[in-house]
Design a protein around this ligand. Structure first.
Ligand code: ATP
Ligand code: MG
Length: 180
């Protein structure tokens, strides 16, 4: 499975529809300060279901919607579509290509779609949960987070490693079962 493309429309600084295409392997995004590199990563986290405004570097969720510039009116909604190549079947769904869309309006209403069919956030979370990507996975290491990992206590750092290895989920289930 690999990311094929990411389309941002009205998301943060990306007022006009912008599509980034990715090839298998490593992708570098380069550009001057403030040009929107981190906004691209925010869009990726957001479309995968991120619910915390702070994690998206904003004060409230509405901050993801294009707020306008001197020459351009604010927009009423933000929309991001992530397309992944699923020819290896890593996502438990019968499509070789899977698109996930998240849309949000200024009144706070949200819409989610899988391959163009409207769905719940939960459906997206479940689709991604065993794939190694998704909201709670540390697949996105933000600016500053690297320092947190390096300065973490050994047991905290162990949690990062366990999470990456897919062990944490089972440990949490075990702890829950033992409490009962
Ligand atoms: P650096 O190299 O400093 O990390 P960057 O390329 O990561 O920079 P970003 O943080 O992605 O830059 O982009 C910041 C820009 O996005 C700022 O100019 C900010 O005004 C703009 N921006 C953020 N949210 C919105 C919004 N809702 N509407 C319009 N512009 C926004
Ligand atoms: Mg940045």
């Amino acid at each position: 499975m690999h990311l094929k493309s990411l389309t941002l429309k009205g998301f943060k600084s990306f007022a006009s529809s912008t599509t980034l295409r990715f090839e298998p392997g490593i992708t570098c995004v380069v550009g001057p300060n403030g040009s929107g590199k981190s906004n691209v990563l925010d869009a990726l986290a957001w479309v995968m279901g991120e619910q915390g405004a702070k994690a998206l570097r904003g004060g409230k969720m509405e901050d993801v919607i294009f707020a306008g510039t001197a020459g351009r009116q604010p927009l009423g909604r933000a929309e991001v579509t992530l397309t992944v190549d699923n020819s290896d079947g890593a996502l438990p769904i019968d499509y070789t290509e899977v698109s996930i869309t998240r849309r949000m309006f200024r009144d706070g209403a949200s819409e989610y779609e899988i391959n163009g069919n409207s769905c719940r956030l939960l459906d997206i979370q479940e689709l991604l949960s065993d794939s190694g990507i998704g909201r709670e996975m540390h697949v996105i290491v933000g600016q500053g987070q690297l320092a947190d990992i390096l300065q973490a206590k050994p047991e905290e750092r162990r949690a990062f490693v366990e999470e990456a290895a897919g062990v944490l989920k089972h440990r949490k289930r075990k702890e829950k079962a033992l409490r009962k």
